[in-house]
Design a protein around this ligand. Sequence first.
Ligand code: SAH
Ligand code: TMP
Ligand code: ZN
Length: 406
Amino acid sequence: MSYKCLICGKNIEPFMSFGQMPFANGFLTPEEFKNEYFFGLEVASCSVCRMFQLIEQPAPEKMFHGDYAFFSSTSNRMAVHFKEFAENIKKNKLKNKDPFVVEIGCNDGIMLEHFAKDRIRHLGIEPSLNVAKVANEKGCRTISKFFNEELAEEIVKEHGQADAFLGANVMCHIANLNSVIAGIKKLLKPEGVVVFEEPYLLDVIEKTSYDQIYDEHVFLFSLGSIKYAFGQYDLELIDIEPQKTHGGSMRYVIAHKGSHSISDKVLRQLKKEEQSGLNKDETYLKFKKNCEISRRDLINLLQKLKKEKKRVVGYAATSKSTTILNYCRITKDLIEFISDTTPIKQGKYSPGMHIPVKPYAEFKAKYPDYAFLFAWNHAEEIMEKEKAYRDSGGQWILHVPKVQVI
Ligand code: SAH
Ligand code: TMP
Ligand code: ZN
C-alpha cells in the first residue's frame, strides 16, 4: 500500500508503528469499552517536504466535538503563557487602527480573552462546542466550526481581512493543512502576520518524547516543513521564537512573501535542523530505536516496582499518556489509577488500557510510593505544588529524556 504526503502529495512510507491506538482524549465508561475505536498509529517523514506526519488520520469530527476533554485553562502556567503571548501580539503586531484578530483552536478562550477584554475586534474558531461555549461565556466571540479555506472566505465577507491570525497547538491537529494555509492566504491583510506555536519536532527527536505522537497530532513541525508548506502559497517564514511549553515548542511568524524582512534566527535554526539530521531518514530510524529502548526501560521499572509491592499511580491523565500506556501496554496491574483535575475525565477510564481516572483528592488522600508524571511538560508547576508529596517520601517517575526516578 502506498501513501501520499498530506502536504506535497509525494509517496511516503511509514518508518515506525506504535500499534493500534485509541483516541488520546477518548476517556470512557465501562459500557463504552466494547465499541472503543482503534486505529493504526504509524508515522512517516516525507523525503521531499520533510513533513513528519501520521499515515492514518481519524476523522476530525470524531476527535473534536461537544464532549472534548481538554480544557486549556486547567494549567495556571499556560494561562500566564497565553496572557504574555497576547500582550506580545498587542504590543508588536497590531499597528493598524481598529485591528482584527482571528484565533483558531481558541478552546476555552485562554488567549483570546486578553483581546476581548481590551475590546479588540476578534473572532475565535473552535469546533469543540463545549469548550467554545466557555470562551463565549468569557466574552470571546467564538464560532464552533472547523477552519478551512471555505470558512476563511466567509470570514472575509463578514468581517474583512485579519491583521493577525493566531493559533497554539492547533495547526498540527489539522490534516487538511493545505486548505488552512490557502484560507490564511485569503484572510490575511497584505501587511498582516500569522503567529502560531506547536510542539517542535527537534525537541521530540532529541528527548525521545514519543508521547507527542497521537491521533490529534497529525503533524510535528520543523522550520523546514513549515517553510515548504506555507511556501506553496507564497507565504514566508519571517521569524521564530523557541518556547518551553509542551516540552519544547516553536512559535512561527509568517507573512505574505516579500512583505517583511526575514530574521537571522530563521536561517540559523534551519541550519541547526540540517546539522541535527532532520532531513535524513537515518535520524528517524534512530528515533524509532530510542523509543523501543524507552519502552523496554519503562516496563522493566514498573515491573520491578510491582515485585517490590510499591504503589504506583499516574499523575495527570494527559493525551500524551495514551500513547505511552498503549505503546508500552501498561495496564492497571502496574498503575493503580491516574489522578486528574479535569472533572469530565474523573470516574472514567483511560483510552485503550482502561486504567481508572480518579479525582486529584484521591492522590492527596493517600500518597503513593511513586507517581508517574504524565504531565511532564508541566513539571515545574506540579513539583512546586506537590512539595508535601515529596516531603512524605514520594518519588516521581519520568520517561523523558530517559526513563528515571527522581
Ligand atoms: N489553543 C489551545 C487549545 C489547543 S487544543 C491551547 O493551546 O491550549 C486544539 C484545539 O483545536 C481544540 O480545542 C480543537 O477543538 C481545535 N481544533 C481542531 N481542529 C480545528 C480546526 N480545523 N479549526 C479550528 N480549531 C480546531
Ligand atoms: P496536557 O498535558 O495535554 O496540557 O494535559 C494536561 C492534563 O493534566 C489535564 O487533563 C489536566 C491535568 N493536570 C492535572 O491533573 N494536574 C495539574 O497540576 C496539571 C497542570 C494538569
Ligand atoms: Zn511531502
